[in-house]
Ligand binder design. Structure first.
Ligand code: PLP
Length: 377
């Protein structure tokens, strides 16, 4: 079926008992059993919950994958993927990945013996050079946050598979509406459902989608064994969100294209990062592997002082962490998402003190442009 149809129908059907059209919120921690060892597929809600299952089936279908496994947050999903590996295993990671991912890898999982090699994954030679006999996973974000560099997903998947490693793509910034990593050769897709999939900034969650039955079985085991599960209400909110994913993404993108063009025309802005601009270094690659360019833009105002003034002057954009909701947000990556990345590392990545990131919402674009224009001036 077409993408919009899958958004609305995949993984769910009217409730058998009541006919409720919308999957109910099964707000229960446990289930009645009919006798010793006799139950209806549900024993305890950490292990299984029908609302969660509907969400997992829905997003798996949108990502064109066989298995979906939901977690309490994007970070819990990423953490669980890394539990598929053992001390001594090496992971090659995009070097300007989300700051929380960097923190999890370098400040938590490193202590458990995993080895992380950070490279500019948009440069396939750098990826090749980082491969060793112990490489087991490549973890790529494309586009990266917040400077929006694009990685050739097909190219990295070939390098990973030749090395006997798997490729995991964090598809949070694009959503399955714009990019399908599994169809480009990735083995695992991960999302912070907190962002576009939910789309309304009213829950926190994560999900992993993959085709491999054995890895899926292990991730499902870990979902229950570790217990970082999303609550039924949050699953329901995410499931409600995915119904409108296609129409929301269309509008997010359309607005972002207009604003990127407007920002690029401003003499007082040093640099605009948006893969949809023809002078973006990875514009052609972005076109070749995705169905659009997303709705995150970053731009450099030259100094922290000017960034601060702009962030305080906007009235429609809200200064806040996160992205992907219907409302437009503005943030300062150096002190917010990338606060835990060392300064020298940040500067190397282009996360300068004057860099501002916007998550373009679906308001009327004329209002958004007027707000930015006034604030920048
Ligand atoms: C690209 C990306 N991946 C993962 C995460 C983590 O997700 P969560 O905040 O749901 O734990 C984020 C959060 O901002 C993100 O932007």
């Amino acid at each position: 079926m077409g993408f919009s149809t899958e958004c609305i129908h995949a993984g769910q059907s009217p409730d058998d008992r009541t006919g409720a059209v919308i999957t109910p919120i099964f707000q229960t921690s446990t289930y009645k059993q009919d006798g010793i060892g006799r139950h209806r597929g549900y024993e305890y809600a950490r292990t299984a919950n029908p609302t969660r299952e509907a969400l997992e089936r829905n997003i798996a279908a949108l990502e064109r994958g066989r298995h979906g496994i939901a977690y309490a947050s994007g970070m819990a999903a990423i953490d669980t993927i890394l539990r598929l590996f053992r001390p001594g295993d090496e992971v090659i990671v995009s070097n300007n990945t989300y700051g929380g991912t960097y923190r999890l890898f370098e400040m938590v999982l490193k202590d458990y013996g995993l080895v992380f090699r950070f490279v500019d994954s948009s440069n396939l030679d750098e990826v090749r050079k980082a491969v060793s006999p112990r490489t087991r996973l490549m973890f790529v974000e494309s586009p990266t946050n917040p400077v929006l560099r694009i990685t050739d997903i097909r190219g990295v998947s070939e390098i990973a598979h030749a090395a006997g490693a798997k490729l995991c793509v964090d598809n949070t910034f694009m959503s399955p509406y714009l990019q399908s990593p599994l169809l480009l050769g990735a083995d695992i897709v991960v999302h912070s459902t907190t962002k576009y999939l939910n789309g309304h900034s009213d829950m926190v969650g994560g999900i992993v989608v993959l085709n491999d039955d054995e890895d899926a079985r292990r991730l499902r085991f870990l979902q229950n064994a570790v217990g970082a599960v999303p609550g039924p209400m949050d699953c329901w909110l995410a499931l409600r969100g995915t119904k409108t994913l296609a129409v929301r993404m269309k509008q997010h993108e359309e607005n972002a294209r207009v604003l990127a063009k407007f920002l690029a025309a401003q003499k007082s802005i040093e640099k605009v990062n948006y893969p949809g601009l023809p002078d973006h270094p990875h514009h052609e690659l972005a076109k070749s592997q995705a169905r659009g360019f997303g709705a995150i833009i970053s731009f450099d105002l030259g100094s922290r002082e000017r960034a601060d003034k702009t962030l305080r002057a906007v009235t429609l954009f809200t200064l806040a962490e996160s992205l992907g909701g219907v409302e437009s947000l503005i943030s300062h990556p150096a002190t917010m998402t990338h606060g835990s990345v060392p300064e020298a590392e940040r500067l190397k990545l282009g996360v300068t003190p004057g860099l501002v990131r916007i998550s373009v919402g679906i308001e009327d674009v004329e209002d958004l442009q007027a707000d930015l224009e006034r604030a920048i001036r």
